[in-house]
Write a protein of this length. Structure first.
Length: 140
């Protein structure tokens, strides 16, 4: 069925632009879904559930040294984003204030040192779109 649809599909500019728009919309939807998590913090464990981890994934908070808070701007105003930084200075877990009413409670429940770090534009874009970044902590 899918291959028959591709064979029938004529490569006109309007069709190609429509398919490109559809693919980009799907990509942004998946990126958005990836950020929505149900988070439970108990002792030194953080367990989260998401569309991509329906049975949960457990993170050991002892493997993380810092928490980095970044202010971001959106069409509804500014909001905070919290990243967990591991011992290799890699930002790997992201929590957005937009998705949690109890964001401040989650932030204080994480017993990690606040990292004071000034992001360059390139680092900010990497964090914004990919959510992962290796930080040069001694640079701040």
């Amino acid at each position: 069925m899918f291959i028959r649809g591709i064979i029938i599909f004529q490569f006109k500019v309007a069709n190609i632009l429509f398919m490109l728009l559809l693919a980009l919309s799907l990509l942004f939807f998946i990126i958005y879904l990836k950020q929505i998590k149900y988070v439970v913090i108990k002792h030194s464990k953080l367990k989260y559930y998401s569309v991509f981890h329906p049975f949960g994934k457990i993170l050991d908070l002892n493997n993380y040294q810092y928490k980095l808070t970044v202010n971001e701007q959106g069409k509804n105003g500014g909001y905070e984003v919290l990243y967990l930084i591991d011992s290799k200075n890699k930002a790997s877990f992201k929590l957005m204030q937009l998705h949690y009413q109890n964001f401040e409670d989650l932030k204080t429940a994480l017993n990690l040192t606040d990292l004071k770090y000034n992001l360059t534009f390139k680092e900010y874009v990497k964090l914004l779109f990919f959510g992962k970044l290796i930080l040069a902590v001694n640079r701040s």
